[in-house]
Design a protein around this ligand. Structure first.
Ligand SMILES: [Zn+2]
Length: 227
């Protein structure tokens, strides 16, 4: 079965399939990652090797999700395969290997897990990201990883724990998928987030840290006057 063609035709039954295809599994992409390249004649798909043993019906959902991206469909819709795929992604964290940790983040994880989740959350990969002031912290379902911006490396533990809490809520609540869109900060998520003690004060302090880390603009250069 040509998975790309199969995915395409289930997605667009009225359209003719007239593309060359290329499909490969590789080790270069990170865990459970995949990407698509598309030009008028050819559709190429690269999947991380971990996808190899996954059921074809789930893979078709993944490919359809990628196809909808490249064909830039405005009215995104869902298919049974896309729903299957999203259910699978929600459960990837239980399948991934835990290879990354860090003592400071691991301590934060343990405190938050105990205080707010009855130690129910399985420890994810924990890692410092870059010194980003836009992406403060994130949770990635594909490799079960919490990443925290290094601007918080010296922050007090209350702040680190609050960021950790937010990211673990993502792991806990997973996400909702509807009409081709994924929703992460659901009403329930926000309700739980608001339970955090001293939330407003901590957010103020986080904003102060962000401001301190903003790069001071260099002297305006000559050329910029002509813009
Ligand atoms: Zn979030």
């Amino acid at each position: 079965m040509n998975l790309i063609q199969e995915s395409f035709q289930r997605l667009f039954p009225e359209k003719e399939f007239s593309y060359q295809t290329y499909f490969e599994y590789n080790r270069r992409l990170s865990d459970f990652n995949a990407n698509i390249h598309f030009n008028r004649k050819k559709i190429s798909l690269h999947l991380n090797l971990q996808w190899k043993d996954i059921d074809n019906e789930i893979k078709i959902g993944l490919i359809q999700t990628l196809l909808l991206k490249v064909f830039k469909k405005k009215n995104k819709f869902s298919t049974p395969n896309i729903n299957l795929y999203n259910n699978f992604v929600r459960n990837i964290p239980t399948l991934t290997k835990k290879t990354k940790s860090d003592p400071t983040l691991a301590d934060s994880f343990s405190r938050v897990n105990q205080q707010f989740f009855f130690n129910q959350i399985e420890k994810p990969n924990l890692t410092w990201g870059r010194d980003s002031i836009r992406k403060l912290a994130s949770y990635n379902f594909h490799d079960d990883t919490v990443t925290v911006s290094t601007i918080f490396k010296d922050a007090k533990i209350e702040i680190l724990d609050y960021l950790m809490y937010h990211e673990l809520l993502h792991k806990y609540h997973k996400f909702k998928h509807k009409n081709g869109r994924s929703f992460f900060h659901t009403k329930q998520f926000k309700e739980d987030e608001n339970l955090y003690p001293n939330k407003n004060q901590l957010e103020k302090e986080i904003n102060q840290i962000i401001r301190r880390n903003k790069i001071v603009p260099k002297k305006q250069s000559f050329f910029s006057f002509f813009k």
